[in-house]
Write a protein that binds this ligand. Sequence first.
Ligand SMILES: *[C@@H]1O[C@H](CO)[C@@H](O)[C@H](O)[C@H]1NC(C)=O
Ligand SMILES: *[C@@H]1O[C@H](CO)[C@@H](O)[C@H](O)[C@H]1NC(C)=O
Length: 112
Amino acid sequence: MQFVLLASALFVLVITRGVPIIPSPTIDVLVGPNCHMCEVILNNVRYEYHNNFTNVSVDQLRQSLYQQCDLNLNGFTDQECHKIADKDSADILEQLQEGTSSYRICQRELLC
Ligand SMILES: *[C@@H]1O[C@H](CO)[C@@H](O)[C@H](O)[C@H]1NC(C)=O
Ligand SMILES: *[C@@H]1O[C@H](CO)[C@@H](O)[C@H](O)[C@H]1NC(C)=O
């Protein structure tokens, strides 16, 4: 898991600054990019379903998450994203149906 966080932190730093800078090993720096990406992915999924998950199935949500993983991530972090979709789609769907915020869902996934 540390590797995922580090890989994704480096990825974001490369994208945003153009130069890979080794982040200081604080939790905030390492967790930040995953947290943001998790929120972006969930917000895109909300948009896709007009934030109405009444009749959305776990399989449908899983497919949407796969799609968002592929659009927003690549390599190892994309694979980790797929694993989360495989493991937690039912749980995430329930929370989306209950109106839980993206940030809180990402907190539960230990990404924020
Ligand atoms: C949500 O979707 C369901 C069926 O898919 C529909 O019956 C319901 O009216 C929708 N709710 C809102 C608030 O749009
Ligand atoms: C939503 O699902 C329920 C139960 O599966 C079904 O009875 C209803 O017709 C569906 N509504 C829509 C708009 O698809």
